[in-house]
Design a protein around this ligand. Structure first.
Ligand SMILES: Cc1cc2nc3c(=O)[nH]c(=O)nc-3n(C[C@H](O)[C@H](O)[C@H](O)COP(=O)(O)O)c2cc1C
Length: 394
C-alpha cells in the first residue's frame, strides 16, 4: 500500500501522534495515549530520558553503524520489538497483522497480546520474522493452556508473561470517554458518548465494516471467544503469581520472558522462577501510577540479573536516542509501545512502517554522532547520569 503524503511528511513520533489524534475518535486515541490516574508515571517514563545526557566521541568515523541485536538466540536487524498492545485492531482493521508485517519488513520483532482483536494464526501468517506471544491468564489456566498450545502450533517463538496486571489500572480518560457506558450497548447509556464517533466518519465506517466491537479470539471460553466487556473482571480473577511460572514452563518448552519487572528483587525472582529474559516495564504508566520511570530502574535490574539473563526495557521511548540510552544502560533490546500505535492510528500499516523508519534513522544518526560503530558497543561511558544514579558500570 502506498504511504500517504501526510505520513511521509512526518518528521518524528510526535507528528504521528498528532495525525492519530486527528483521525481517531477521542475514546480510541485516549485509550492508547493515556495512562493511570494522574499519569505521573506515564510522563516520568518520557521525561527521564531528558535527564540523561550523551557523551560523544568526536572525530571517530562510523559511516554505517550496525544496529543488530540478538535476543533469545534470534538476531533482529533493529534493536527493538513492537510491544504487545491489546485491541490493536481498534486503531485499524487487521491492526495486529499489519503491525507484525511492518515489523518483519524492517527487521524489528513483534509481540502479540493475548487481548488482540485478531486470531493469533492470522497474525503469525502475516509475519515474516520470529514473533512472540504475550500471555495473560484470562479465562483461567485451561483457557491459557489452550492459548499457549495454539501459539506453539502457530510457530510463535517466545512466550511473554506479563506480571503487572492483577487488575486493570484506573485509566481515567477511558472512564470520562464512556468506555463502560458504551459497552452496555444500551442506547440510553451510550447516547451521550456517540458524538465523538460522528466527527470521525472514515474511522467509523471502517470499524463497522470490520465487525464493530470486537471480542478476543485468542481467549476461547467454552461459549466462544471472550467478550470485550468481560476483560476487566477476567484480569482480576486470573492474576499471575510466581508459582504459575512452573506450570507455564511445563506447557511451553520455548523461551519465557517475564514482562513488568519494577525492582531488582522481582528481577531475581523471575530468573529464579526460570525466566530466560525479563522486561523492565511499568506497562507504559498504565497500571500503578507513581512508580518510578523505567529508565531509572534499568541499572539496578541489570546489576542484579544482567549476568544471568537478558534484560529488555520499555517505557517512554519516542526517539532513537531514547533507545540508545536504554542500550547504554544494559538493555539488550527495547520494546516500542505507543510510538508504533500512533503510526497505526495515523495510517495503518504504512504508519507503523513510518514509525519504525523514524526510529531507525534516529538510531543511525545518533550512533554516527556519538562516534559508535554498533549498538553492541554502546555502554555507560557514552552517558552522563544524574546525581544519585548508580555510578559503576554494570
Ligand atoms: C494501548 C495499550 C495497550 C497495551 N496492552 C498491553 C497488553 O495487552 N499486554 C501487555 O503486556 N502490555 C500492554 N501494554 C503495555 C505495552 O506492552 C508496553 O509495556 C508500553 O506500551 C511501553 O510504554 P510506551 O507506550 O511508552 O512505549 C499496552 C500499552 C498500551 C499503550
Amino acid at each position: 500500500m502506498a504511504t500517504p503524503r501526510r505520513v511521509n511528511n512526518t518528521v518524528n513520533i510526535a507528528d504521528l501522534r498528532q495525525l492519530a489524534k486527528r483521525r481517531l475518535p477521542r475514546i480510541v486515541f485516549d485509550y492508547a495515549d493515556g495512562g493511570a490516574e494522574d499519569e505521573i508515571t506515564l510522563r516520568a517514563n518520557c521525561r527521564v530520558f531528558d535527564t540523561v545526557t550523551l557523551r560523544p566521541r568526536c572525530a571517530v568515523s562510523s559511516p554505517c553503524p550496525d544496529l543488530r541485536t540478538t535476543v533469545l538466540g534470534t538476531t533482529f536487524e533493529l534493536p527493538f520489538l513492537l510491544a504487545p498492545i491489546g485491541s490493536t485492531r481498534m486503531f485499524c482493521p487487521h491492526g495486529e497483522a499489519l503491525a507484525a508485517a511492518a515489523a518483519g519488513a524492517s527487521g524489528a520483532g513483534y509481540i502479540l497480546s493475548t487481548l488482540s482483536g485478531s486470531p493469533l494464526e492470522e497474525v503469525k501468517a502475516a509475519a515474516t520474522r520470529p514473533v512472540w506471544y504475550q500471555l495473560y491468564l484470562v479465562g483461567g489456566h485451561d483457557v491459557a493452556r489452550a492459548g499457549i498450545e495454539r501459539a506453539r502450533k502457530a510457530g510463535f517463538s517466545a512466550l511473554v508473561v506479563t506480571i503487572d496486571t492483577p487488575v486493570a489500572g484506573m485509566r481515567e480518560r477511558d472512564h470520562r470517554n464512556g468506555t463502560r457506558q458504551l459497552l452496555t450497548r444500551k442506547i440510553g447509556s451510550m447516547l451521550p458518548f456517540v458524538p465523538q464517533f460522528l466527527g470521525r466518519p472514515r474511522w467509523l465506517a471502517r470499524f463497522i465494516a470490520d465487525g464493530g466491537l470486537m471480542n478476543f479470539p485468542n481467549v476461547m471460553l467454552p461459549g466462544g471467544p471472550m467478550a470485550y466487556a468481560d476483560v476487566g473482571t477476567a484480569l482480576e480473577q486470573c492474576a499471575v503469581a510466581w508459582q504459575d511460572l512452573r506450570w507455564i514452563r511445563e506447557a511451553w518448552n520455548g523461551p519465557i520472558v517475564v514482562k513488568g519487572v519494577h525492582t531488582a528483587d522481582d528481577a531475581r525472582r523471575a530468573v529464579d522462577a526460570g525466566a530466560d529474559a525479563v522486561v523492565v516495564s511499568n506497562h507504559g504508566g498504565r497500571q500503578l501510577d507513581g512508580v518510578a520511570a523505567t529508565l531509572r530502574i534499568l541499572p539496578e535490574v541489570v546489576a542484579a540479573v544482567g549476568d544471568r539473563t537478558e534484560v529488555l526495557f520499555d517505557g517512554g521511548i519516542r526517539r532513537g536516542s531514547d533507545i540508545v540510552k536504554a542500550l547504554c544502560l544494559g538493555a539488550r533490546a527495547v520494546l516500542i509501545g505507543r510510538a508504533y500505535v500512533y503510526g497505526l492510528g495515523a495510517a495503518g500499516g504504512p504508519g507503523v512502517a513510518r514509525a519504525i523508519e523514524i526510529l531507525r534513522a534516529d538510531l543511525l544518526r545518533t550512533l554516527k554522532l556519538l562516534g559508535c560503530a554498533s549498538t553492541a558497543e554502546l555502554d555507560r561511558s557514552f552517558l552522563d547520569l544524574p546525581t544519585g544514579w548508580p555510578a559503576a558500570a554494570p
